[in-house]
Design a protein around this ligand. Structure first.
Ligand code: 13P
Length: 291
């Protein structure tokens, strides 16, 4: 139990047709809150940090807190570096104790994406007990330092996906299928479910080897989330939703208690709000009791 890489829990999730929540956190309170919620629901968990909070707090500090929380937790937990475009920083986080690393070279040409992703895969696999996520096609919207305009977004080509996985040695794979980071601009974003199905069939049809990742969870309707999970999305990323929960709960608490100067009470309000959202997602992902 406790500290795991992403691949091992995601193989089980793919087999069991559920998804593991991969929640982006920006501080330690949020990290504690997602862990508490997952423990209460007996759900496997992936904690994610984008590059900016990882640099601000320090990957060594984040990994140390993760270690303390995960070692005593009765559920498997992975610490994932999200959308890192810098191979050296990927290496630093792997050295620090992250157990899944995403190198995001998806804006580069195919050959360069393969080169950078393979470099990170080789490094992490040599260290051991660290899995690697790569992306092909580009997910539109804003996720930390990665900004993809609508006209830059490109869906993942299924045949290229097969060669990408083979050439890079990635353990888990994120195909762009039309989901987006941040708040969706339309109520019913156009997602290419058939493309996901095709890619899942080509990559994991004969032998389940490379679990698939869905980016851009925030704002997707419940039936859409469930459909993506049923088609093989076994890691489901949620970031913006938790940022809103953090900021709204802080604002609401301070607005209602303007004369109270007790930071612990703000933390309690944030913890409660984050746990509520994580519970919502765990219900949709079907991962309760799968730890
Ligand atoms: P959202 O911010 O849309 O939830 O996307 C999260 C994500 O995919 C992080 O990689």
């Amino acid at each position: 139990m406790a500290i795991v890489d992403a691949k091992e829990i995601l193989i089980k999730a793919t087999e069991g047709k559920y998804s593991v929540g991969a929640f982006n956190i920006t501080n330690i309170i949020q990290m504690e809150a997602v862990v508490e919620a997952a423990i209460e629901r007996k759900a496997p968990l992936i904690i994610q940090t984008s590059v900016t909070p990882a640099k601000a707090i320090g990957p060594e500090v984040l990994a140390a807190v993760f270690r303390v929380l995960a070692e005593s937790a009765p559920i498997p937990i992975c610490l994932h570096l999200d959308h890192c475009t810098d191979v050296d920083f990927c290496r630093r986080c792997a050295d620090a104790g992250y157990t899944n690393i995403m190198i995001d070279a998806s804006k580069q040409l195919y050959e360069e994406n393969v080169r950078q992703t393979k470099a990170v895969s080789d490094y992490c696999h040599k260290l051991g007990n660290i899995s690697v996520e790569g992306e092909l096609g580009t997910v539109s919207g804003v996720e930390d330092q990665v900004v993809v305009a609508d006209d830059e977004a490109a869906l993942c080509d299924p045949d290229a996906a097969v060669s990408f996985v083979k050439e890079t040695g990635v353990d888990i794979f994120a195909p762009a299928i039309g989901t987006a980071h941040g708040i969706y601009k339309t109520e019913n974003p156009k997602l290419d479910m058939d493309r996901l199905k095709t890619i899942a069939g080509l990559i994991n049809g004969k032998t389940l080897s490379t679990p698939l990742v869905i980016h851009g969870g925030t704002g997707l309707k419940p039936d859409v989330v469930k459909k993506l999970v049923s088609l093989g999305g076994s890691k489901f990323n949620v970031s913006t939703d938790l940022k809103h929960a953090l900021i709204d709960s802080t604002f609401d608490h301070i607005s209602a208690n303007r004369e109270q100067y007790n930071p612990g009470k703000i933390d309690d309000a944030v913890r409660k709000a984050i746990k509520k959202r994580v519970n919502y997602w765990i219900d949709l992902f079907g991962c309760e009791g799968k730890a």
